[in-house]
Design a protein around this ligand. Structure first.
Ligand SMILES: [Cu+2]
Length: 199
């Protein structure tokens, strides 16, 4: 009748995962053990501890990542502001899509900061997520290949710290590279990104 300390500890660990969103905001209060990154390396064991303390993220997803939902047929949120170093995860929520940067290596108008690698990957019921760490400040525009023109499935990530109005991600859409509706979408996103950056 003295309770079960082990069980209690485990609950605390699990509850901790749910409060990650608050970590960034609570950082200035100090005292809570320095905010828990340092996960991510060092899974890969998993041989035979069957005592039930798996914490449910053994599938490679980064705890505390920002999320963009990939639904049929849009990116939600369509535009997101994050800080440099943020891990962003696109999560499959329905349909079959790609996540493709507007990038010269994808044979499209280059609309991400200079020097950033191209991304072109599928997001579908088999490949349910993709993570990318946004180190370089600036505006990143991306799209879904099957739905760029049918649904204007286009998204934008604004990484704070680059308010250069001449950066690639804020350029006018190249008429030769965009259907009219997609070009309009790009212009709308440009406007929102400028607003976010205060330029
Ligand atoms: Cu799509």
């Amino acid at each position: 009748m003295t309770g079960n300390p082990g069980e209690f500890d485990r609950r605390r660990v699990l509850a901790g995962a749910g409060s990650l969103i608050a970590v960034g905001l609570a950082g200035c209060s100090g005292g809570d053990g320095g905010g828990g990154n340092g996960n991510g390396n060092g899974n890969g064991n998993g041989n035979g501890n069957e005592n039930g303390n798996g914490n449910g993220n053994g599938d490679g997803r980064t705890e505390g990542a920002e999320i963009v939902n990939v639904v049929a047929n849009e990116f939600d949120p369509q535009i997101l502001e994050i800080e440099p170093g943020t891990v962003l995860r696109w999560e499959h929520r329905g349909g079959t899509h790609t996540l493709t940067f507007y990038h010269e290596d994808n044979d499209r108008q280059h609309r991400v900061p200079e020097g950033v690698e191209a991304v072109d990957t599928v997001i579908n019921p088999g490949d349910t997520y993709y993570e990318f760490t946004f180190e370089e400040p600036g505006v990143y525009d991306y799209y879904c290949q099957p739905h760029e023109n049918s649904d204007q499935m286009i998204g934008s990530i604004v990484v704070t710290g680059n308010d250069d109005p001449e950066q690639p991600g804020l350029a006018e859409p190249d008429d030769e590279d965009f259907e009219p509706f997609a070009a309009q979408e790009i212009q709308d996103l440009n406007g929102q990104a400028r607003e976010t950056l205060g330029i």
